[in-house]
Design a protein around this ligand. Sequence first.
Ligand code: CA
Length: 227
Amino acid sequence: MRILLVEDNQRLLHLVADGLRGGGFTVDGFPTVADAESALSTIGYEALVLDLGLPDGDGLDLLRRFRARGGNMPVLVLTARDGIDDRVRGLNAGADDYLLKPFAMEELLARVRALLRRPGHALGVVLTCGDIALDTVSREITVGGQTTSVPKRETDMLEQLLRRVGRVVPKRALEEGLYGFDDDVSSNTVEAIMSRLRKRLAQSGATASIHTLRGVGYMLSEDEPAA
Ligand code: CA
């Protein structure tokens, strides 16, 4: 598996590259946006590990352009910016995950491996949590093996939650996903859609639930089995 690593701090570039190689990956490391762009245009990578503050630009702009061209490999952002705003900006720019500096090499390896296992970049994969399953291509949702009819907006939200099971999905990232719909917005706020989706899952007897983290976002996690 070949990984593109973009990091301008030479010491960190070498450390991370060595760590990834130790984990069995092939790594191309570059310190600038320009180098990364040219590598991306010529080589097919399985994943991108991206620093944000680069000498010739912002990693997020690189990421945005890459996604706009249809680039769909998983992207892990390395950032020293510990603010929800920056995380939301990153998610909106197309990042799949974050790692705050400083981080342990084992953590980076674990996150990269998780991203490569995550089915976002593969087609026709089933995302699951508890007894909820969503086929990313057919869009069919089953709860406990029973097909459940779910409107498109709720399906899209559920997909975003399923892609980050056990982790918070920022509300603004979910809102961004709604911009494509041009109809009545008032009855289709994230809160309203989440509320309907939560009810629907509960009524179907799902063994996973949507949790609200006020002012931050939503998280899907499997329910604790009853004692
Ligand atoms: Ca940097």
